[in-house]
Ligand binder design. Structure first.
Ligand code: ARG
Ligand code: ZN
Length: 873
């Protein structure tokens, strides 16, 4: 049964206070909840009390101290209903759980030797009966009692206010969270954990204790996360004037986690992947991801926790905004241009395909079966793009003021996307009604730009048509309000001042044109010659831009555009064209030469920024190439792209060798921008060199693997070795396994590089990886590093024309569904994109979807994904 946004009704009861008592055990865990409830004003006095509850054993129920008998209430698989209750009362609920059997990793479960929780979105109802919805905010006190030896550390939200010993070698700790919160922000952890402590002084001079808890084996790998947290706290004070609001901030790292991390009030729980980082075990990209996710969860303390969502349709209210704040933080800590390029790459590889699939949904969905299926690229990263557009339209100052005003106005409340939009409109003094369509209409808009130059009048006209393809339930779209940042580049490479007809002379060389109609024209005056337009600078809107550049224009922009993003984009478009011509069997002599010259130009540029260069010289991803085609053949795309890579490798071999030795940082590993950029560019060069076929280059790869003192270089080499199948490559893979088999996050990398191998036998290798003794369907990180990496990161192998890749995926989804439906549903998403492939592939993909859909006792999670996937748009 689908939940609909239009069915929203406010809660009938408020929970003024909840006192929880957990008695944790190996066989079972008992939970006692005491709630003070009262009927919400304006509700019908006959409304029954409904509490959500799932997979629980109810042991006892007391209303104002009176035990309720079996016929005083109604118990179903979804919860508990009490027909008649007073206006104010106390309810005590006793439940029994078996966290050790909770393989879904939602609610209270075990990871390694510890107990931990994940309550967002609807996990709290797997702990106790409760109005488990984000618009019910309550004050929580939590007592945890457990064996002292096994679980010396007992944590929950807020401040530890009391502790003591109890019988049988047990002990307890009581926690009090002063901030009212919805149940999805509740957290509990118990274990034998190492703690890394530090302290942070806020701008106003308060001291906050910082504590990172990890398993003892991971001690010494939290330094980077700790420093990242302090940087995030400082940044939020400086940028938004937001100071942390408790005396302690705790982060716990767990090895079994469905998502990345969780912003529970005062007690974040993280996937180990986003906390642990040491040079030997984590790549530069891992270090960056830790900083970003630490920032993300910290920023939620305001955007999400202090002001939360009225219902789950509003998810992007907290996630889009928080991802945007995380992006701003990463831009401030590193290179804004490189960050932007990486954001757009991710948007195009993860969100655009979603928006073009049967799973397409608006940033604010209007119906769902299983909310966990809506923690999507659309809600998160398209949501962040929508926030970025407010920023572009309002300007930085008004944007920040708007966010602050929103947080002040709605502090302590559960609100809607509309509330945010209204506040921003008011602060910016702008009508954002049409802009609101970004939340309600799904699909990626396409901009078709045509131009004309009137030499006599010196007048240049840009004509822009916007359209958006149909998506499920939305056959026709209204025009969006789109900020289109652009500039004009003169034939000499200079940025031209932009003067729109009817406007006075100006000096600006970038402008934001606002599109609001399906067709609009913009006339620029005072131009001596036909300019080259630079469109969608900084990727100012999540759209597909279509303008008929010549190859020469693209090469020209790659060299001359003043906007770093637009330069990168021009280079990518040129590479896309060359590769797609190969896919179509078109082989133009001059093509390779164009690319070679363009690439050489990037490297010879006097002000070369190594990390920007690495972005510019990386070939477009296979998934992005596939999107350019009506129906893609991933095997042909792989072959064409690898062909171009090999030719560029050969044509520029000497250059790559020079780049490799010049940029590879000397001396021991350091986490500094120049060293990171150097590794990135050197490893990119190594990637090309691996394709020259020269023995000296193969040896270079082997040498790097064996000599590396850090995971970035080691893994870069290993992933190239995983594309080969000679003895040296096998030896390196064996060596890596031997060395790291006891470090799960690193072992994940070993699985991942093989699952993503470009070797023609990759599919068979994945089959054997799935039978490897270290493979474990219970661990989401391991599942993602084999099944996810294969189905999303290795299109040519996954889409093998035999259909074996699809079958293997479907088999594992069915198995995984019995353990962890949430992760199983994620793994099914690659199959939902079947329309994008040729007919024979479509057939097999649909057959596999059908096979999954017909399996008995399928979870709602997987059922929703596969059934929607099979519907026609
Ligand atoms: N709110 C978390 C974040 O920072 C995501 C948690 C989602 N978990 C889930 N099981 N749906 O993005
Ligand atoms: Zn989030």
């Amino acid at each position: 049964a689908a939940v609909k946004l239009s069915d929203y009704t406010p809660p009938a009861f408020r929970v003024e206070h909840i006192d929880l008592y957990f008695s944790l055990g190996e066989e079972y865990t008992r939970v006692r909840s005491r709630m003070r409830l009262c009927r919400a004003e304006g509700t019908d006095p006959h409304t029954p009390l409904h509490l959500d509850g799932e997979a629980l054993e109810l042991e006892a129920l007391y209303l104002d101290g009176q035990a309720l008998a079996i016929d005083d209430y109604l118990l179903t698989r979804q919860g508990l209903t009490i027909e008649r209750v007073p206006d104010r009362f106390e309810l005590e609920v006793h439940t029994l759980l078996r966290p050790q059997d909770n393989t879904a990793l939602s609610g209270l479960y075990r990871s390694g030797g510890m107990f931990c929780t994940q309550c967002e979105a609807e996990g709290f109802r797997r702990i106790t009966y409760y109005p488990d919805r984000p618009d019910v905010l309550s004050r929580f006190t939590t007592t945890i009692e457990a064996d002292r030896e096994r679980y010396p550390v007992l944590l929950s939200n807020g401040n530890a206010v009391d502790r003591g010993e109890s019988e049988g070698g047990r002990h307890w700790v009581r926690w009090d969270d002063p901030w009212p919160k919805p149940s999805y922000l509740f957290a509990l952890v118990a274990g034998d954990l190492h703690c890394h402590r530090d302290r942070y002084r806020t701008a106003s001079g308060r001291d906050v204790q910082l504590a990172f808890y990890v398993e003892h084996a991971n001690a010494g790998r939290t330094g980077h996360a700790m420093e990242s947290l302090k940087r995030a706290m400082r940044w939020d004070e400086e940028t938004y004037g937001l100071e942390y609001d408790l005396d302690i901030y705790m982060v716990v790292a767990v090895g079994d986690f469905n998502m990345g991390a969780m912003e529970n009030k005062g007690l974040n729980i993280f996937n180990t992947q986003y906390v642990l980082a040491s040079p030997e075990t984590a790549t530069d990209a891992d270090f960056e991801a830790v900083e970003a996710v630490i920032g993300h969860e910290y920023f939620h303390n305001y955007t999400g926790n202090r002001v939360t969502c009225r219902d789950w349709f509003q998810l992007s209210l907290k996630e889009g905004l928080t991802v945007f704040r995380e992006q701003q933080f990463s831009e401030a800590m590193g290179s804004p241009a490189v960050q932007r390029i990486q954001q757009v790459r991710l948007l195009r590889s993860a969100q655009f395909p979603e928006d073009a699939s049967p799973m397409a949904h608006p940033v604010r969905p209007d119906a769902y079966v299983e909310i966990n299926n809506f923690y999507t690229a659309t809600v998160y990263i398209k949501g962040a793009e929508v926030i970025r557009m407010y920023h572009t339209l309002l300007g930085d100052g008004a944007f920040r003021n708007g966010v602050r005003r929103y947080l002040e106005r709605f502090d302590g409340q559960a609100v809607t996307i509309e509330d945010f939009l209204q506040t921003m409109a008011e602060t910016g003094g702008r009508d954002l009604t049409q802009f609101g369509r970004w939340y309600t209409q799904a699909g990626t808009p396409r901009l078709r730009v045509r131009d004309a130059f009137d030499a006599d009048a010196g007048r240049y006209t840009l004509r822009v048509v916007q359209e958006c393809p149909p998506t499920p339930g939305q056959p026709a779209k209204q025009p969006f309000h789109i900020p289109l940042a652009m500039g004009l580049v003169g034939r000499d490479g200079q940025a031209l001042p932009l003067r729109l007809a009817g406007e006075p002379e100006g000096q600006a060389t970038t402008r934001v044109l606002e599109l609001t109609r399906s067709e609009q024209a913009f006339v620029f005056e005072g131009l001596a010659e036909r300019p080259v337009p630079s469109l969608l600078r900084g990727f100012s809107a999540p759209v597909i831009l279509d303008y008929d550049y010549s190859d020469d224009d693209l090469a020209f922009l790659l060299t001359h555009d003043s906007d770093a993003f637009a330069r990168w984009e021009a280079g990518q478009q040129l590479a896309v064209r060359v590769i797609l011509r190969r896919v179509h069997g078109e082989r133009r002599e001059e093509d390779l030469d164009k690319l070679r010259r363009a690439f050489a130009g990037v490297l010879e540029h006097p002000g070369l920024d190594a990390s920007l260069a690495a972005e510019a010289l990386a070939l477009p991803q296979e998934t992005y190439l596939a999107q350019q085609l009506e129906q893609a053949d991933p095997v042909a795309i792989r072959a064409a792209r690898e062909g171009v890579r090999a030719e560029l490798a050969g044509a520029l071999a000497a250059t790559w060798r020079t780049v490799y030795s010049r940029y590879r940082p000397q001396g021991p590993w350091r986490l500094e921008p120049a060293a990171i950029a150097g590794r990135r560019l050197a490893n990119l060069a190594l990637g090309y060199l691996a394709a020259t076929g020269a023995a000296e280059d193969d040896e270079r790869v082997e040498r790097q693997y064996h000599q590396a003192d850090n995971m970035t270089d080691s893994l870069a080499a290993l992933s190239l070795l995983a594309d080969r199948d000679d003895a040296a490559a096998q030896a390196a893979l064996d060596d890596f396994h031997q060395r790291w088999r006891h470090v799960p996050l690193v072992l994940d990398k070993w699985f991942r590089v093989q699952a993503m191998s470009r070797h023609p036998g990759a599919l068979a290798r994945v089959q054997s990886l799935l039978r490897h003794p270290d493979f474990d369907l219970h661990n989401p990180n391991r599942v993602r590093s084999v099944i996810g990496a294969f189905a999303q990161g290795n299109p040519a192998a996954f889409h093998d024309s035999s259909g074996e890749g699809y079958r293997l995926l479907a088999d594992h989804i069915l198995r995984l569904d019995t353990l962890n439906p949430q992760v199983a549903a994620r793994m099914a998403l690659p199959l939902s994109k079947w329309q994008r492939y040729d007919l024979p592939r479509q057939q097999i993909m649909k057959t596999e979807l059908q096979r999954i859909a017909e399996a008995p006792s399928l979870s709602n999670d997987v059922y929703e994904v596969v059934s929607r996937s099979l519907e026609n748009i």
